[in-house]
Design a protein around this ligand. Sequence first.
Ligand code: ADP
Ligand code: K
Length: 408
Amino acid sequence: MRRLVDRLLAAGGVQAGRLRTCGVDRGADVSLDDLPRLPFVTKQDFWDHYPFGMRSAPAEDVVCVHGSSGTKGRPTLVAYTARDVDVWAQVMARALGGAGVSRRSFVHCAYGYGLFTGGLGVHHGATRLGATVLPVSSGATDRQLRLLLDLRPNVLCCTPSYAVYLGEAFASTGITAEQLSLRVGLFGAEPWTEEIRVGIEGLLGLRALNIYGLTEVIGPGVACESLDSEGLLNVAEDHFFPEVVGPDGRPVPDGEPGELVFTTLTKTGTPLLRYRTGDVAALSGPVPGSARTLRRMTRVLGRTDDMLIIRGVNVFPSEIEAVLLADPRVAPHYLVVEDRRDRSRPELRIAVEPRDPLGDTGSLERDLTAALLARLGIRCLVRVLPPDHVPRAVTGKAQRLVRWEHGV
Ligand code: ADP
Ligand code: K
């Protein structure tokens, strides 16, 4: 923590200015306990100081640059030093190791390679561990299916929506989960629910674990479920110190959801003090009695900027997903439309696909409307579309929320 603060002060950027305003002139003045009184840094700061204003290392120490995909607004760029890439490889090797991956494993990495951190993050971790990694990247699904059958990998890494897509593609050609070689998968980069997990595990015959990260902090590997983490994600707390804060920026107690904030204790290229992620989750302690001593977090419940406020009720799209997919008649493809064309009466319109194209759509629409009303307290307009009518995310992150504004 001291070194981080000294590094930020020496770099003399935005974060140094804010620290000085708070009366901090040297790292020796602060410890982790002081975090709640120190300033935040946000995505807006990255945009305001685009491209490299948030960098703390000299340009000659930078070895690569990655960018967030810009799911919300403009992309941001992050500069990594060799040491940062080393930390990244280490936390990703740890994430893979916790999933049972070893030197004998074969990893099919279908996250995108490029500016996006998914592909290269898994790649660095797998090679650090000594496993074999196939850098197949995303897209070209026919080739992916062929390679999954020919090379018989035991580990799959991709977004959960792409895992569903691959699984359904196999099912449609008559290949069953038993015929596949996969044992475990690390799925992340977008929110997903328990219902999707059950679906992926059934389609692909593997254990599906949740991995979380974001470019500004390092990429994937900030937190990851392990075979023994009991449904929560182990946070790489020794590198990325987590806090959870309320809308007022004050810390909330463990177990209560709020916005995740990370302090990068060891990064040198773009070190961040109290980065507000916009992701909502809750923190908790390690599994009692476990050899793992680092803290854990829940799955990400949603993003602060994805929260829908419909007629006074707050809803995350993931809650809608949980209700929809709890019904066995619904396929794991849906779209939520926040319709604000009539300002006086905003509506939530939801499109789903049935598993059985010949099923009774009228009763499915009625049952889903009732289940959503019971769980969320709002009446939604549910439409069951014919199969293949909800758009699929074939390469990147699934886009499951659309906003229709007044005048558009
Ligand atoms: P962008 O914000 O443009 O999508 P990134 O590609 O860096 O940028 O993605 C990071 C974001 O992806 C996180 O802030 C979070 O919202 C989401 N994310 C990553 N992993 C998960 C996960 N396992 N569950 C839910 N959301 C995730
Ligand atoms: K090997």
